[in-house]
Design a protein around this ligand. Structure first.
Ligand code: HEC
Length: 187
């Protein structure tokens, strides 16, 4: 690959600079080869500079739009390893960004993705159902997914993109959505 590129670049160098005899670059002739390589390298640097100049405005606008992106987009899950050096993200923001699409913004089970799902997403707002489930159970469902507790795998595991502290925060957040209110121990 490198040799191929070098060959092409030398060829371009020959065309632009009309260096006599460089059409037959031959590694067995060290001086000729070194000169051809030097020219090829210069051409390559010029080509690269041009490319970077052309890319710069696109990069600038990409950075600009990333900075302007809504909070939800910036809450995209990160690996557990990355997370360990980051601050714990607020539960309400995590819930809005990762759970509300199915469970609904207030836990009514009516998120935009809920319509096509069987079984339907649990109603975190339904205290009659949720208050009977233990903190440990809720923690396990969120961390390891529905399948880990014999429920639907549509409820995905979040343990690779959220820290234990964040999952604990989500359990507490769900407790706060319940009606009738939850009055058991907090996680
Ligand atoms: C793709 C849709 C979807 C998303 C996103 C989703 N869930 Fe679920 N969740 C479900 C479904 C479907 C069920 C019901 C599973 C069942 O009853 O078998 C469920 C069930 C649950 C349950 C109830 C478990 C039980 O024992 O009844 C909890 C708690 C839960 N989800 C929490 C969360 C949290 C917290 C998030 C965000 C981090 C989340 N879910 C994101 C679809 C989703």
């Amino acid at each position: 690959m490198y040799l191929h590129r070098l060959g092409t670049a030398s060829f371009i160098a020959c065309l632009t600079l009309s260096v006599s005899g460089c059409g037959e670059v031959d590694d067995s002739v060290p001086n000729q080869s070194a000169a051809a390589r030097a020219i090829a390298e210069k051409v390559r640097i010029e080509v690269e500079k041009d490319r970077l100049k052309r890319l710069a405005p696109r990069l600038a606008s990409a950075i600009q739009s990333a900075e302007a992106a809504p909070t939800a987009a910036r809450l995209a899950p990160v690996s557990a390893e990355e997370q360990s050096v980051k601050a714990t993200r607020p539960a309400d923001e995590l819930y809005a960004a990762n759970c509300s699409s199915c469970h609904g913004a207030t836990g009514a089970g009516d998120g935009p993705l809920s319509a096509g799902l069987t079984p339907t997403p649990a109603k975190h707002a339904d205290g009659n159902y949720m208050n009977a489930l233990s903190n440990e159970h809720l923690f396990k469902v969120v961390k390891e997914g529905g399948a880990a507790v014999g429920k639907s795998a549509t409820m995905a595991p979040w343990g690779t993109s959220m820290s234990d502290e964040e999952i604990m925060g989500l359990v507490a957040h769900m407790r706060g959505l319940a009606n009738p209110p939850y009055d058991g121990p907090m996680p």
